[in-house]
Design a protein around this ligand. Structure first.
Ligand SMILES: Cc1cc2nc3c(=O)[nH]c(=O)nc-3n(C[C@H](O)[C@H](O)[C@H](O)COP(=O)(O)OP(=O)(O)OC[C@H]3O[C@@H](n4cnc5c(N)ncnc54)[C@H](O)[C@@H]3O)c2cc1C
Length: 395
């Protein structure tokens, strides 16, 4: 007996809803299961890099985001003067920023408009892989088993669905935390995103203008300093630590108020090699959670959606499509991870070994900024070989 659904998604975040929109518009029968009745501020990604905006455009959701919730970011400040984002990226795109819950509401509504069935307040409690179809178990008064031609696990950075489906996650721990809070009253322009790194303090500060006079403030810091920036009572410490990085940050934060929770996350990356098996595919953070410091997660998620969509549309055998997606995912996820590792070492790491590296590399970078690989804005299709590494480290 054939399943009622072609695709069932575990979760209704960015990855699941973007895929639901794309596939429902092409006639697929899609069911989205999302546990939240209303999205709230979980302190998540709110800057979509230009290469992610290009993916959003390919998926037909860029204009929708702009019309409903997104702000265009034209300039980037990394402490070396303002960079013109549109003029200096191959995609010729601005960056987008948005309040994450508003983006989620927009896309989930659009998925429904496109013909997907969306059930909210439904928690998936199991996934059953299978050779020709898989199934999810949805929690209710009586648990319901829902079969589908393909189950898409898009349940985010703490994905349990991947465990139920029998995948094993790899991890690279490193000693950094990344905290974020929503602020008003920030004194900074609305079309400039600021990311400042200072390895002397092992700190990273991000100031991201959203819409409606709100800013997302991020602080990356080394776990060795013993801080855990969680809860409203730690806001003073968050601001004081951030202000250490540069006088411009002290000015920007002179008169701010928080309007959302303060939360901290591990910078640890985790991923599944080859995120497809037995009619279950992983996308977004469930397939690979990148270090949030470098703001790549949503762009990778949209790349996942586009690559998977194209594979499903071009293969009648969805098992082959799943494997095709998984092979491609491994390449762009690992390229991003590799380059982020280089940048973490050079710009964040407080060790003596990294100091020595900076002593050699930084004067050469000051003379020629193109030594810094541009994957964070321009995407993982740029080369990331030994020559690129040697240029960065000045060897
Ligand atoms: C502090 C921080 C800063 C970040 N900054 C950036 C940034 O600037 N730029 C960037 O590109 N990325 C950033 N990221 C990463 C970005 O937030 C993620 O990559 C992105 O949200 C992943 O989308 P997703 O759809 O895979 O998962 P999520 O957005 O996590 O969506 C998963 C959904 O699944 C639902 N769900 C989970 N379990 C179940 C279940 N069992 N049943 C039903 N529903 C379920 C959840 O409620 C949620 O709605 C940041 C992350 C963090 C933590």
């Amino acid at each position: 007996m054939s399943s009622r659904f072609d695709l069932v998604t575990v979760g209704g975040g960015l990855g699941a809803s973007a895929l639901a929109i794309s596939m429902a518009k092409r006639g697929a029968r899609v069911l989205v299961l999302e546990k939240e009745l209303q999205f709230r501020d979980r302190v998540r990604g709110e800057t979509l890099a230009p290469w992610g905006v290009a993916e959003a455009r390919e998926l037909g959701i860029a204009e929708l985001l702009l019309k409903t919730c997104a702000n265009r970011i034209l300039w980037m400040d990394m402490g070396f003067g303002l960079r013109d984002i549109i003029g200096t990226t191959p995609q010729k795109e601005a960056g987008f920023t948005y309040f994450h819950p508003e983006m989620q509401e927009t896309l989930l509504c659009e998925a429904e408009q496109a013909g997907a069935e969306v059930r909210r307040g439904v928690t998936v409690v199991g996934v059953e892989p299978g050779v020709h179809s898989a199934a999810v178990i949805a929690r209710g008064a009586q648990d319901q088993r829902i079969p589908a031609r393909l189950v898409v696990a898009a349940d985010g950075r703490g994905s349990v669905a991947r465990k139920w489906a029998g995948f094993t996650a790899q991890k690279t721990p490193h000693p950094f935390h990344f905290a974020g809070v929503l602020l008003t009253g920030v004194s900074a322009p609305e079309d400039v995103m600021t990311y400042l790194f200072n390895p002397d303090f092992a700190l990273v500060v991000g100031i991201v203008p959203l819409t409606k006079q709100r800013w997302r403030a991020y602080l990356g810091y080394c776990t060795e300093n013993g801080l855990l920036l969680e809860g409203h009572e730690k806001l003073g410490t968050f601001l004081a630590e951030s202000k250490k990085i540069a006088p411009s940050v002290a000015e920007a934060y002179a008169d701010v108020e928080s309007v959302g929770p303060l939360a901290t996350f591990e910078g640890t990356e985790s991923w599944v090699d080859h995120p497809y098996r037995d009619s279950v595919v992983l996308i977004g953070d469930a397939a690979g959670t990148s270090d949030p410091t470098f703001g790549q997660g949503m762009s990778i998620t949209l790349r996942d959606v586009r690559v998977l969509r194209d594979a499903l549309l071009s293969h009648s055998d969805w098992d082959q499509a799943g494997h095709h997606f998984a092979r491609q995912h491994d390449v762009y996820f690992q390229t991003t991870r590799k380059v982020c590792g280089w940048l973490r070492l050079l710009f964040e790491d407080p060790s003596a070994e990294a100091d020595a590296l900076r002593e050699r590399a930084m004067p050469q970078i000051a003379e020629d900024m193109t030594r810094v690989p541009d994957h964070l804005l321009s995407g993982p299709d740029l080369p990331a070989d030994e020559t690129v590494r040697e240029r960065l480290f000045g060897s």
